[in-house]
Design a protein around this ligand. Structure first.
Ligand code: MN
Length: 293
C-alpha cells in the first residue's frame, strides 16, 4: 500500500516554528504517514526542531519547493542556473538532515508564469544542473522528483511525456517524474495513460482537485487515475495538496493564482481527503486484481 502524505500548506501558511509544530501534530493525528514540508529556503528553517518534531510524532517528511527567477536552473544565463544548482544542493542536504528521501516540486525551472518559451541553452543547463544535484543526492539517499505543472506555472515541462524525456536526458536513477492531478487535468489528453506511460519513472504523486479545495467535489474523475497508479505499480507516496486564499501567503498565492477561499478549515479538508485517498486506492486495488492488472 502506498504511503499517504499531506502538503503542510493545507494546514498552515508558513513552515515556521509554530507552523511546523501545528502541521506535524495535525497530520499525525488525522492519520497521514507523510508530511510534505515546503522548503523554499532551508537557510531560514529551524531544521533541528523540524527533525525532532517529526521523530516525536512518528511522521516521515517529503520535501517540495519551487525555484524562483533568481534560482531558475533552466535559465540560459549560466550564473542564474548555477544559483539554482546551489539552492538545490542546500535543499538536498536539509532533506537528508530531517530524515527525508524525496525532493519534489518545480525544480526543473522557476515556479512562475513565463512570457516566452524555454530555450535550448536553458534546457541543457537544467538537464546538466539536475544531473549534478542528483549525483550528490544519491550519496545522501535522496531522490529528485521533478513536477510537471500546467502552462501558467512553468514553460518547461507541462506534460508527462515532456517530463519523461527530461528525466531520461538527465539519466540518473534517483531522478524521476512528479505528477499532479490538478495540472494533468489541464494539460493531458488522458491522465491515466500519462501515469501508465511514466511507469517506474514516476517517483512522486500529488492528488488535488481541479479547484484545489475539497477532494472529490470537483470535475476530476479520480477512479481511473487511482487504477492507473496500481497498474503502473506505483509504490511511492500519494500526497494531498490543496490551496485556499484563507491560508496562502501572498507569495504562494501569486505563483499558483490562489485568489478565492475554497476552504477555511484545513484540518477538515485534510481529514476528508485521506478518506477519499484510502477508499479510492482500496477500490482501485480490488478492481485491478479482478482484471489481473
Ligand atoms: Mn503539485
Amino acid at each position: 500500500m502506498n504511503a499517504f502524505g499531506l502538503h503542510a500548506l493545507v494546514l498552515i501558511s508558513e513552515w515556521d516554528e509554530a507552523g511546523a509544530e501545528k502541521a506535524i501534530r495535525s497530520a499525525a493525528a488525522i492519520g497521514y504517514d507523510i508530511i510534505e514540508v515546503p522548503l523554499f529556503d532551508p537557510g531560514s528553517t529551524d531544521l533541528e526542531r523540524t527533525r525532532d518534531l517529526l521523530r516525536q510524532h512518528g511522521l516521515t517528511p517529503s520535501v517540495s519547493l519551487g525555484l524562483t527567477a533568481e534560482t531558475d536552473i533552466s535559465s540560459p544565463d549560466v550564473a542564474v542556473s548555477r544559483a539554482g544548482i546551489a539552492q538545490l544542493h542546500k535543499v538536498v542536504e536539509a532533506t537528508a538532515f530531517i530524515g527525508g528521501t524525496i525532493v519534489a516540486g518545480v525544480i526543473g525551472s522557476a515556479w512562475q508564469k513565463y512570457l516566452t518559451p524555454p530555450t535550448d541553452a536553458g534546457y541543457r543547463n537544467a538537464v546538466s544542473g539536475l544531473r549534478e544535484v542528483a549525483q550528490e543526492a544519491r550519496a545522501k539517499g535522496v531522490v529528485l522528483a521533478i513536477e510537471v505543472v500546467n502552462r501558467f506555472e512553468s514553460n518547461l515541462l507541462n506534460t508527462a511525456a515532456q517530463g519523461l524525456r527530461f528525466v531520461e536526458a538527465i539519466g540518473e536513477d534517483n531522478v524521476g517524474v512528479h505528477l499532479d492531478t490538478f495540472h494533468m487535468h489541464i494539460e493531458e489528453a488522458d491522465a491515466a495513460a500519462a501515469i501508465r506511460a511514466c511507469g517506474s519513472a514516476l517517483r512522486y504523486f500529488h492528488v488535488n482537485e481541479n479547484h484545489r479545495g475539497y477532494l472529490d467535489t470537483g470535475s476530476i474523475d479520480f477512479a481511473p487515475i487511482f487504477r492507473a497508479l496500481v497498474s503502473a505499480r506505483y509504490a511511492g507516496a500519494i500526497s494531498f495538496e490543496a490551496f485556499s486564499s484563507s491560508t496562502c501567503t501572498p507569495a504562494i498565492a501569486g505563483n499558483a493564482a490562489i485568489w478565492r477561499s475554497v476552504f477555511e478549515d484545513g484540518e477538515d479538508v485534510a481529514s476528508r481527503a485521506l478518506d477519499v485517498l484510502k477508499s479510492g486506492m482500496a477500490s482501485a486495488h480490488r478492481a485491478m486484481t479482478q482484471v489481473g492488472r
